[in-house]
Design a protein around this ligand. Structure first.
Ligand code: AMO
Length: 443
């Protein structure tokens, strides 16, 4: 009888172990990423999960002869002797002198886009059309390895701070963020909405677990084609109870970002290097009130007409200002106007025109919104009425307030936005594996 042991041994030698295996025969498994055939020898680059390994074919090394099945993108098992060589700049590297190639699977067609060069040289739309293929390019896949690092850092840091990971429903009875960018869905004859954020549920879980976080997709029916909006993105949210001030949330985010950046520098160094990512140094993050930031923008920039919110050029200006003034890539802007923040936001008791809320700008673009929430039942019901909402429609949300909630607050951080600015991309689609926008639902 066959029995499962729970162990799946790795049968491919990782490149990191080559230095301990010089002159020994090892086996690697991977895709034949790039094949350069010369008259009597060939370079074959094998793409493993995270590495590119140079292998050299020559009749001198063994009796094995290249077959017609040895084509780019074939999945293969390559056996050979590890030898030490040097790169052009004199640093040491290791390659494999091929003894045998076993083809495990042969592609049916040549890829529609060249993926074996340093980068995918095609238009963004072509890159996205052929995403299952273009993601195989080392630079493209490195973007999402970095993204994994960001999520991992967020998770690890928050778990270390006593947060519980949660998953909230994505099919909801109401839009959490208001506005028109909510997707409606027919749910057995009833109208329901795709979650714009986990807001209503993460708050409900504060009296349960005190500190919670979620990393999950959210949906926004963005009607415009912009370089910074997606219709589905990954929201990294947390919510925490028993706060003394909304600045506790900002402090926690500062800690999370420091942790994430450090993790990227250490555990994701190969991808950081490949993408030439400039990982920001964070010591402290400066804060400015919305009113003061607005005054500065009005003084320095022309044609500012919207006094209630920022235009993208104002955010860009503030980003530069934070860099010059504080040498910081990040800037917290606080106390946004009450009119411009969602119904759950706590107004400032000292000035009800403004809220105990903030945005975080990274290199001049908003990546986070957050703040303190209303925890008092009557206050929340009053605010809903003032905004023309029907509290009865939010009965299940209001159970939080009705049955007792501590002072609390939280934030939502857009994963693709953070990745985009970390890697210096002009378009957020490059930071989404399979982006969804007004014109795209495939692949
Ligand atoms: P907000 O709506 O400001 O706040 O969103 C939080 C963060 O999510 C990102 N983001 C987007 N990213 C890509 N495409 C979009 N269409 C898009 N819309 C938003 C941004 C933004 O800063 N519930 C609150 C958060 C909270 O207070 O906890 C919320 O969702 O990076």
């Amino acid at each position: 009888m066959q029995e499962m042991t729970g162990v799946v041994p790795c049968t491919s030698t990782p490149y990191s172990e080559f230095k301990d295996n010089v002159d020994k025969v090892v086996t690697i498994k991977g895709a034949l990423h790039n094949i350069r055939e010369m008259s009597d020898f060939a370079f074959i680059i094998v793409r493993t999960a995270r590495e590119l390994i140079q292998c050299v074919y020559s009749p001198e090394f063994s009796d094995y002869r290249l077959s017609d099945d040895v084509v780019e993108q074939a999945a293969a098992k390559v056996t050979g002797k590890v030898v030490k060589s040097e790169t052009r700049d004199g640093s040491e590297r290791y390659e494999l002198q091929i003894h045998n190639i076993e083809i495990l699977s042969k592609p049916a067609a040549v890829p529609p886009v060249v993926i074996s060069k340093k980068q995918v040289n095609c238009d963004l739309s072509v890159n996205l059309d052929f995403r299952p293929v273009t993601l195989r390019n080392p630079k493209e896949r490195a973007i999402f390895k970095i993204q994994e690092g960001i999520q991992r850092g967020f998770r690890e840091f928050l778990q270390g701070q006593g947060f519980t990971e949660i998953h909230t429903p994505k099919i909801n009875f109401a839009g959490a963020e208001g506005g028109t960018n909510v997707f409606k869905l027919d749910y057995f004859g009833k109208t329901v909405y795709l979650a714009q954020s986990p807001q209503l549920y993460k708050q409900a879980l504060v009296p349960v677990y005190e500190r919670v976080f979620e990393i999950a997709p959210v949906f926004r029916a963005e009607h415009h084609d912009t370089s910074r909006h997606l219709n589905e993105y990954i929201s990294m949210d947390f919510e925490m109870g028993y706060i003394d001030s909304f600045t506790d949330i900002m402090n926690m985010e500062t800690g999370a970002l420091k942790y994430i950046m450090q993790l990227l520098k250490t555990e994701y160094a190969p991808e950081v290097e490949l993408l030439k990512a400039e990982i920001p140094e964070i010591t402290t993050i400066p804060c400015i009130k919305f009113k003061d930031a607005k005054e500065m923008c009005v003084k320095k920039l022309k044609n500012i007409t919207d006094m209630k919110d920022f235009e993208p050029e104002e955010e860009a200006f503030l980003g530069k200002w934070a860099k010059q003034q504080y040498n910081s890539d990040f800037l917290f802007v606080t106390h946004y106007l009450s009119k411009k923040r969602p119904f759950y936001t706590m107004d400032d008791p000292d000035d009800p025109e403004v809220t105990l809320s903030f945005d975080l700008l990274f290199r001049g673009i908003e990546i986070t919104s957050g703040g303190q929430r209303i925890h008092d039942y009557n206050m929340q019901v009053e605010k809903m009425k003032k905004l023309g909402m029907n509290p009865e429609e939010f009965e299940t949300y209001l159970m939080l307030h009705k049955y007792g909630a501590p002072p609390h607050g939280g934030l939502g951080l857009g994963l693709e936005r953070l990745t985009m600015h970390l890697l210096g991309f002009k378009n957020v689609r490059l930071a989404a594996m399979f982006p969804r926008d007004i014109n795209r639902v495939t692949p």
